[in-house]
Design a protein around this ligand. Structure first.
Ligand code: ACO
Length: 322
């Protein structure tokens, strides 16, 4: 594996919080249903900031914490399934707003696995070019693509962003990984499909809101996430017992508990923050990583597994020595 290290981590969520009880005033649901089925108590909702605005906040924190000059950054990748626009990419907006004038910038679309996919792409570019500094951010404003009349999805998601500043390093930080895509299952989780019109001249296409077959995604996740983590650990030549922490995509606390069980690991090695943020898709893992770095659960030398799953369908897992 190639050599880079995470120099700094950051997270940002918009200030407005909506509790389960507040959602139950809008739709036929309850705090009890949401908590027992998912582990979610509340989520942050962005009223004014778009996906790039949240990502810019994370980028600003990373620049400040690393003391990097904006022009010294070579690469900006944003993982998102809720970009500001088809074009420009959210990463290009971030690059422009932060004055990272020398950086190559683009988005990666792999839904909730997006952060792992983006880190993998950054890893490849740092290894194969003379680029040495990258900012990799997961950012989502999912509240703008959700059907707020559909209780099956509306209660699950939240807005937020998280990211890492990474740099080429002689230390060995990425130890193993596993990525997989299951395009045949793509219809189980869809958002933003466009229509081609069927007549000419045609109306401007409108985007379809988020839809998900929750049960099938649940079944997929509880089987494929342990497999993916095991494959990443095998490629890193480490065992689950050697791993200090498993930072899983925060989609459902029950899925995380199932994965812990299948890997025969104590649930205490699986930090959870879904109660406060809901599912923030590509942002969930970097937000969780940042919290764990700040509260000391992850420190230099910690052996950490990052694992995501979601739209595509996709899975991704990485073993990192922090
Ligand atoms: N409040 C109250 N009742 C509800 C709600 C709600 N918000 N939503 C659904 N229900 C009802 C259903 O209508 C159903 O009622 P019925 O039996 O009368 O038909 C009942 O609750 C059970 O519904 P299920 O969908 O079977 O509930 P389940 O136990 O499967 O939980 C959930 C649903 C939480 C979505 C679960 O399936 C899940 O977490 N799936 C995985 C989702 C996931 O991980 N997504 C990540 C994708 S990330 C990405 O890429 C963006």
């Amino acid at each position: 594996m190639d050599n880079w290290k995470i120099v700094s981590t950051a997270g940002y969520v918009p200030p407005l919080v909506k509790t389960n009880d507040q959602l139950s005033e809008l739709m036929d649901t309850s705090d009890e249903w949401i908590k027992t089925r998912t582990g979610i108590s509340e989520r942050h909702i962005s009223l004014k900031e778009n996906t790039s605005d949240l990502a810019v906040k994370v980028g600003q924190k990373l620049l400040k914490q690393t003391n990097w000059e904006p022009e010294s950054v070579d690469l900006v990748i944003v993982a998102t399934m809720s970009p500001d626009s088809y074009t420009p990419s959210t990463a290009a907006i971030v690059q422009g707003k932060l004055g990272m004038t020398k950086a190559l910038a683009f988005d990666v679309s792999a839904a909730c696995s997006g952060f792992i996919y983006a880190l993998t792409v950054a890893n490849g570019l740092l290894a194969s070019t003379n680029k040495s500094r990258a900012v990799v951010i997961g950012s989502e404003v999912l509240s703008k693509i959700i059907d707020w009349n559909d209780r099956r999805t509306a209660v699950l998601f939240g807005d937020g962003a998280g990211g890492v500043a990474i740099e080429k390093s002689s230390e060995h930080h990425l130890m193993g990984m596993d990525l997989a895509t299951f395009g045949n299952l793509g219809d189980k989780l869809v958002a933003g499909q466009t229509t081609v019109g069927g007549s000419f001249p045609k109306p401007v296409t409108s985007l379809a809101p988020f839809q998900m077959n929750g049960r099938e995604v649940y079944r997929f996740a509880t089987h494929e996430v342990p497999r993916s983590i095991q494959a990443a650990m095998d490629s890193a030549q480490v065992t689950a017992d050697q791993v200090d922490l498993f930072l899983l995509h925060q989609a459902n606390a029950r899925i995380i508990a199932q994965v812990a069980k299948r890997l025969n690991q104590p649930i205490t090695k699986f930090p959870i923050n879904i109660d406060r943020y809901g599912n923030t898709s590509a942002a969930s893992e970097p937000i969780l990583l940042d919290e764990c770095v700040r509260n000391g659960q992850v420190h230099r030398g910690s052996l950490v597994v990052l694992a995501g799953f979601g739209g595509g369908l996709t899975t991704g897992a990485m073993v990192i020595k922090y």
